[in-house]
Design a protein around this ligand. Structure first.
Ligand code: FES
Ligand SMILES: [Fe+2]
Length: 346
């Protein structure tokens, strides 16, 4: 699997990891156990006991430590065995890999690469689900598809006009509008201006707006999206620039994270909602459309994966709308090559 290892991967919502309940998951084909101790600190270890390779995620939290509940080996937060029932001596090799962990903006992040390079400053900032400035809903979706295909999907929104014609209600003007794409630090920024469109999810509405969309897509698959509905004629008036704050009639925000679990499966975390204070009925309306849309993506991408697997050597044919995808994938390839060159990917 060619994914960047020196990166923070979202392992779950902070609420997914309650104190005292270890949780096992795969990240980049590695079994990882994540747990929160009584003091509230979150830790991540290889989910594979040194003794007979049982999952530590079936274990028990004991103070700052985690006990394998097969034969009782006790592990500290750094992965070292600190207790073996019926045995005084603990061999120095008795340890499992530990992963740097951070909690930020409602997500638990795990660093999958060289621990010496785990810089929390590299975690992309998003609006957390408890941010008082936003009324957000959130969810998680598992994919029977490789994460690369979901990254490709999220870096090319021209699919909105087709995959999401019945949910977001984007018409073909959307796909016919070229996005502006720029490289940013560890990611790409994609902006789109679309004029004279019906409101999100209401394709038959006679009331139209102009729309401005902007999102950053960061390694290893973190999306941070803003959509603003503007009074009709705004884009013609101000041109293709970022609209000034406060003139929008609606402001939608979404944070999304794509975590490769195995080479053919992915976990997708997402929030979506409106600037607070917002009418809860409107937030629900947007959320219901979003769930419908993400089920549409899921169906298309899992189908795409099945076709790819029939003949994995088949070449793709890039198109004009792929610029964001191409630049993002080039960035990933460059970071992977750099890791392989330095051998510093752990
Ligand atoms: S497998 Fe963990 S203690 Fe035996
Ligand atoms: Fe989509």
């Amino acid at each position: 699997m060619t994914y960047v290892r020196n990166a923070w991967y979202v392992a779950g919502w902070t609420e997914d990891i309650p104190a005292g309940k270890p949780k096992g998951m795969m990240i980049l084909d590695q079994p990882v156990v994540i747990w929160r101790n009584e003091a509230g600190a979150v830790h991540a270890l290889e989910d594979r006991c040194v003794h007979r390779l049982a999952p530590l995620s079936l274990g028990r939290c004991e103070g700052a430590n985690l006990r394998c509940m097969y034969h009782g080996f006790l592990f500290d937060a750094g992965g070292r065995v600190v207790g073996i029932p019926g045995q005084e001596e603990i061999p120095s090799i008795a340890r499992v890999r530990s992963y740097p962990v951070a909690e930020q903006d409602s997500w638990v992040w795990v660093w999958m690469g060289d621990p010496a390079r785990a810089d929390e400053g590299l975690i992309p900032r998003v609006n957390g689900i408890d941010d008082p400035g936003w009324a957000l809903r959130h969810g998680t979706l598992d994919y029977a598809a490789e994460a690369r295909l979901i990254n490709d999907n999220l870096t090319d929104f021209s699919h909105l006009s087709f995959v999401h014609a019945d949910s977001f209600g984007a018409n073909e003007d959307f796909a016919n509008t070229q996005a502006k794409v720029a490289m940013i630090d560890r990611g790409v920024r994609i902006e789109r201006w679309v004029v004279d469109q019906p409101p999100v999810g209401m394709p038959d509405s006679p009331v139209h707006f102009d729309f401005y969309l902007v999102y950053d897509y960061f390694v290893p698959g973190i999306l941070c999206l803003t959509v603003k509905a503007l009074p009709l004629g705004t884009i013609e008036r101000i041109g293709h620039v970022e609209p000034p704050e406060g003139i929008e009639l609606m402001h939608l925000y979404s944070a999304q994270a794509v975590t490769p679990t195995t080479s053919r499966t992915t976990r997708y975390f997402f929030s979506n909602g409106l600037r607070a204070p917002a009418d809860p009925a409107q937030v629900d309306f947007v959320w219901d459309i979003t769930l419908k849309a993400f089920a549409e993506d899921n169906e298309m991408i899992e189908g795409q994966q099945r076709i790819i697997d029939l003949d994995p050597d088949r070449r793709i044919m890039p198109a004009a709308g792929d610029k964001g995808t191409i630049l993002y994938n080039r960035l990933v390839d460059r970071l992977v090559r750099e890791e392989q060159k330095t051998g510093k990917a752990a």
